[in-house]
Ligand binder design. Sequence first.
Ligand code: GAL
Length: 825
Amino acid sequence: MSIDRRTLISVLPAVGAAIPPALATASGSASPSPSSPRQRIRLDDGWRFALGHAADPDRDFGFGDFQRTFAKQGRGVGRIGEADYDASGWREVTLPHDWAVELPFVDNARFTRNPADKDDEDLAAAHGYKPLGRGFPETSVGWYRTILPISPTDAEGRVALEFDGAFRDATVILNGYIVAQHHSGYASFGVDISEFLNTDDQPNVLLVRIDASLGEGWFYEGAGLYRHVWLVKTSPLFVPQWGVFVRADRDGRVEVDVELANRRDAAAALTIEAVALDATGALAASAKTALSVTGWRTETASLACAVAAPRLWSTDTPNLYVLRVTVREGEAIRDVYDVRFGFREVRFDAHQGFFLNGQPLKLKGVNNHQDHAGVGAAIPDALQVWRLKQLKALGANAYRAAHNPPTPELLDACDALGLLVIDETRQMSAAPESIDELRALVRRDRNHPCVMLWSIGNEEPQQGAPRGAKIAKAMAREVRALDPTRKITAAMNRGQGEGITEALDVMGFNYHEDRIEPFRLKYPDMPIIGTETASAVSTRGEYARDDKRAVVSSYDVDAPYWGKTAHAWWSLYNAKPYLLGGFVWTGFDYRGEPTPFNWWPSVSSNFGIMDLCGLPKDIFYYYQAWWRDDLPVLHLLPHWNWEGREGQPIEVWAYSNLDAVELFLNGRSLGRQAPPKDGHAQWTVPYAPGRLVAYGFKNDRVVLKAERRTAGAPARVILTPDRTQLVADGQDLAVVNVRVVDKAGVVTPKAAVRIDFDLAGPGRLIGVGNGDPNSHEPDKATFRTTYNGWAQALVQTRKSPGSIRLAARAEGLAGDAITLSSTSG
Ligand code: GAL
């Protein structure tokens, strides 16, 4: 997109002036400066929630009381929309909130109309057996109610609501007016509510009705206001939602488009200043321009500047800048809008692979859905960051948001941590609503340095067909118009080279690696990325497939027919330099799709490198060994408790990137082996209880030791928080891992011990989990049974500071307690 140079007034050099620290702001999300009229208030607290009814208006709070229609706005909902409605019977909730995860698991029999209908069962299994949709009208609709913090001075400006996402079919009702209806469960949206506000002393009642009867995916999706909601207050001269687009290249050039809305009758003569601030808040470059906007119009100004010797963004050094746009009318500041951005260059080469800032980089990616133990789809920001840190520890450098727009806070965290992202829309369609969702995705996310590719679909039925090509081209046109800087891909499992191919820049292969070479003959210049690989399955702590117990082995041996083991896919992709890299299905287990046991009682997947709690499975260390060049790795499997199998052979594997590994059982050497590249070392060991020890050698020196010891009876519970210093903001959170050990401190690898938690102080236990794909224990509870020795508790702060104490009790075992310190700001 070329910059309109006529509007460019000045390009100023960096002068190093001190400007307030650049803040760790999310894109356009800050309340940036005290002199700005802009306020962005996160509406996480003060909500009330009640279930409605999907099939009976009388039991759905008389929705549309007035003649049961939308006949009259301002009375678009019954008594619950009125200020004096007594909502004390509704439950207090804090966002993000997923009511699906609070519901019990429901036996398949209740989903299946016709027991012979296999599709019914598949669908229920795919979504994780939660009572939503057909047959469950009484748990499929949820109502949220709050009073907005509006003051009389807000009458002078504009006020908008912004939803990071809501699952799904949201009807937003303010003071009895239906102000928005939004179907997508994933696309962010905003609505200007200025005209509907009470700016006297009358309360402003906001209701959001969410109908999760229909899903959009074939996986667990949650239900409700599972992402943040924001209240945005501005002057009538303001930058609209996602109204700044920053393009920054490797050489320091910055081009900026700024949209300006004038929501008053009089024209406005505005000056627009854009300054680039580095991580210390120092001014790195600036530009200014002028723009007139007539009443009730929106115009775009373009500016450019250059940062000398920019600190580049990369996966190792995720340097970020802030672009601060200040809008003035005369001397008066009308708006200040911050956008975080980075300088970087991505290049996809069909012959040499992927390049970041001119350096080759194999993409070591993971696909993920968006749910976690204890909280479902409602992932607090701190947990989001924790999850991404586990992926960084694994050695992943890329993340695919499968198969939907992620919450924007996830992208903020990927920017900050250095993870490249494939950002994917949910619907592959050229219908206006789907195009709107796609446009919202691109407009929202195009400033994130982490976003490297747009994905317009996944395994769509139309992928190989001419009609698919038409639709994909229509979508690609929209994407390129909004963001000419990024390439487009789609994840295809059939028809590569046909159908939608011609609309794409980068071919996404889902599995079917045997079709890669034939495709290259046809499209030799099209780069190829493994949008989905592996789909290998393992259950944490299990070492044999057992269909009766619905568990799969943690040796890397099992994958469905379309997938491959970790060893098989990674060694294949790693051996071919022209392949950009691949994305494992998946980084974390997720609810639903309990492959290979797509039937009751299995409720979550086995695909993860980590389980639903983010606890590592053995395969974590395979990837870590071959993905982390900076870390010596040595990991032994299995555990060493094989009572009753004395003398029988046990396969022992070592994942290591060292030169050699020597294994000892009870002090006796079983030989030294060099783990083959992208493989593992392996011994067959007649079982005897005791100590299995491995030494890892680098240049003939021992650099690492790994050990598996036969554990005795469970004796003690140990709690380990990821952090003990928390912020008392009602959002921050500690991930507390729980393990059961014997009296010597060795994890008891089969322990299924009920742990009861007691929490004291200004905190909340917001969820528990254990990573068992067959567990039907509640996520919202004060207890959890350990699965193969481990469980997890999530402790969130409240807004008041203090010490939070979490204690764990287990019958017959010594308990444990930890103290978390929660301080303000
Ligand atoms: C793919 C699909 C994913 C997931 C995966 C399981 O075909 O795109 O969403 O279902 O299979 O292996």
